[in-house]
Design a binder for this molecule. Structure first.
Ligand code: PBG
Length: 322
């Protein structure tokens, strides 16, 4: 046999020298769940290792993460006040604007602050938009999302990230930001977001499960790959600075296709259920967590994601898994 691919797998240094996939720590984005109680730390049952934190604890934690090279956060707010208009989400003095200000004050431009823009956490019914007669209304939701994004931008967010899946939200948010003097605030669209059972643990973590029905009238059907591309291309055309595929692991084909068809950075969200399954199997000794996490993150990057939003980031970095 003349051709033997195994030759290049002979030693660890040789394998390392021909490895095709590498990502940097600063391509990881660490999500955080922020709560009103400033000093509160509430571990999340379904997500071992992840806790909801008040602003003081969050600032401490992010300081430690920065020392590990984790330079990006994605913030989710758990507001106590919920109503039919999601009014706490647009409050300039609300939870997320306060968290953004505290982080900015402490870390200046060393930290990249992204905020999730969605109404499910502030709506009493738990849907991502205005609900009327059992329907989630698209156009009525847009101005609320735009106001929410503006409140985050004013507080100093670098990136606003709409995750609601209403049509036209990128245009609505971009116009509102530009009109108000925030033309430099970047927009990371959750452009291709599937209605996924892998969000289960997040909905416990963020107390954002819909009280009735499901999200299938706005989030995508997991069977559709062409529509997946269309959704992202539409958001790019509307002016999104970055796109996203979510979840990641069941959608590596989608990541690859979008990557080939766009010129803006692409993120992938390795979501709560994907995280919790690894944790559950590792706790039973069924998989080697370090190796599985490495394989997962490398796979998502290999498929084409430039940015990896993952709950594994901090632990993987801290324990030297990457
Ligand atoms: C809010 C939102 C969700 C996630 C991120 N933003 C939940 C949902 O759409 O139901 C999921 C994140 C995760 O599972 O880690 N719309």
């Amino acid at each position: 046999m003349k051709i033997r691919p195994r030759r290049l797998r002979t030693t660890a240094v040789l394998r390392e020298s021909v490895a095709e996939t590498h990502f940097r720590t600063n391509q990881l984005i660490q999500p955080h769940f922020v709560i009103e109680d400033e000093n509160g730390v509430q571990p999340i049952d379904a997500m071992p290792g992840i806790a909801r934190m008040g602003i003081k604890k969050l600032v401490e934690r992010v300081g430690l993460d920065l020392d590990l090279g984790l330079t990006s956060v994605l913030l989710f707010g758990l507001t106590e006040h919920k109503d039919a208009r999601g009014s706490s989400s647009t409050d300039p003095k609300g939870l997320i604007p306060r968290a953004v200000r505290a982080l900015r004050e402490r870390f200046g431009d060393k930290l990249i602050i992204a905020t999730d823009v969605c109404l499910c956490g502030s709506m009493d019914h738990g849907h991502c938009g205005v609900l009327k007669d059992g329907k989630v209304l698209n156009d009525e939701t847009l101005p609320i999302l735009a106001a929410m994004a503006l409140a985050h931008a004013k507080a100093g967010a670098d990136i606003v990230a709409p995750s609601d899946m209403m049509d036209g939200r990128v245009t609505a948010i971009r116009e509102e930001l530009d009109r108000s003097g925030y033309s430099d605030t970047a927009l990371l669209s959750y452009s291709t977001k599937f209605a996924s059972a892998f969000y289960g643990p997040f909905r416990e973590a963020a107390d954002s499960a819909p009280k009735s029905g499901d999200r299938k009238s706005y989030q995508m059907d997991h069977r559709n790959a062409r529509e997946a591309l269309r959704e992202s291309l539409l958001d790019e055309a509307e002016g999104a600075d970055m796109l996203m595929v979510k979840p990641a692991l069941s959608y590596l084909d989608v990541i690859k296709t979008i990557k080939e068809r766009t010129l803006v950075p692409l993120a992938a969200y390795n979501v709560s259920g994907e995280y919790s399954m690894v944790k559950a199997a590792a706790a039973r000794g069924w998989v080697d967590e370090k190796l599985v996490v490495r394989e997962i993150l490398n796979s998502i990057h290999r498929a084409g994601a430039d940015l990896l939003i993952t709950y594994h980031g901090r632990e993987a970095r801290e324990k030297g898994w990457l």
